[in-house]
Ligand binder design. Structure first.
Ligand SMILES: [Zn+2]
Length: 337
């Protein structure tokens, strides 16, 4: 069976850097990596805690310097995502992780955009860019970043908030989110992954987000679940990431079924797939196997991903029809492909 058509809504482009590409870009740019071989680097990818992950993640970013590098990074992700059924991708990038190394924000945005334009042209895959602020940096730094991105806002669909959650509540970024909304951008934020349900409330009520990234800890707060269900606020859940970063001990313990049962608008995504053990299709396969989800539930997740996407209604309807085409593909002539 071909992979189910899906939208990927929680994907950090820097988290798609595979060891092969890291070495290729290091060589092209004359960057010396603290690893002698790809195998040695692969071993480093089997980190067991958040700090080891972040250390590696930021160390490898040193290889990303030119527009070509960012275009190659996005092309590599899009090729893998396409094989795994992704029809629409909303891609996070972290400008501060690059500008602080001396890479201009325009280089990042133009390089990524080149790859996104090409994949729409060649494969009809639609994309959006979401500019994220690193929440462990200051509110002033986020504001400066937003202002430096103003000449490029036509390429950006939304702003987001990522990196170390605890101690960096959404309310710290009230001002920059107000500016983003005033500029007509959509808003999302990581909340309720390692941080408490109170951070999800703040993301909703202080930042005015259209979507919550992760949000799994909402289950600890009944009133919050009721709010998220009533407003059908989408949650971008990342199952393999949750296991790798110990939000849950085992995938078998993942609250995804409970979230679906509660009526939450849940989607499945890959987060940092090069580091967390798989792309979006791998996440679908993993939850199907570990949680015993049937085909109808997998289709619900796929349908949710398009319902939650920043798409015009016509395109959304076309994608939803593709999901139904999978349902009917057993019947002759009914495959919408
Ligand atoms: Zn994330």
């Amino acid at each position: 069976m071909p992979p189910i058509p899906t939208a990927e809504l929680h994907l950090h482009i820097e988290g798609t850097l595979e060891p092969e590409l890291a070495f290729a870009l290091a060589e092209r740019n004359g960057v010396v990596l603290p690893y002698d071989t790809q195998d040695e680097l692969r071993v480093a990818y089997s980190f067991t805690d958040l700090q080891d992950f972040l250390d590696l993640y930021y160390a490898l970013m040193a290889v990303l310097r030119t527009e070509d590098d960012f275009a190659d990074l996005a092309n590599a992700y899009l090729a893998r995502a396409r094989e795994q059924g992704v029809r629409h991708a909303e891609i996070f990038f972290d400008p501060q992780a690059h500008t602080e190394r001396g890479v201009p924000i325009g280089t990042v945005i133009e390089g990524l955009s080149r790859a996104l334009d090409a994949v729409q042209e060649t494969h009809g895959i639609t994309t959006r860019l979401i500019m994220c602020f690193l929440r462990d940096k200051s509110a002033e730094s986020a504001l400066e970043t937003f202002e430096s991105a103003r000449p490029h806002l036509d390429r950006i669909a939304a702003v987001g908030l990522d990196s170390a959650e605890v101690g960096n509540p959404p309310s710290k970024f009230r001002e920059v989110y107000a500016r983003a909304r005033a500029a007509g951008l959509k808003c999302v934020a990581h909340a309720g992954e390692e941080g408490p349900p109170a951070y999800v409330w703040e993301a909703l009520d202080v930042l005015g987000v259209d979507r919550v990234d992760h949000g799994v800890r909402c289950l600890e707060d009944e009133a919050l679940v009721a709010r998220l269900v009533a407003d059908q606020v989408p949650l971008t859940v990342c199952p393999l990431s949750n296991v790798r970063l110990r939000v849950v001990d085992r995938l078998e313990d993942h609250p995804l079924p409970a979230m679906l049962d509660a009526g939450l608008l849940v989607t499945v995504n890959s987060d940092d797939p090069a580091y967390f053990g798989g792309y979006v299709g791998d996440n679908y396969t993993a939850v199907r196997n570990a949680l015993g989800l049937d085909d109808a539930t997998l289709r619900t997740l796929a349908r949710n991903s398009f319902r939650a996407a920043f798409l015009d209604e016509e395109t959304r309807a076309a994608y939803l029809k593709e999901v139904e085409g999978v349902q009917e593909s057993g019947q002759a002539g009914q495959n919408g492909g």
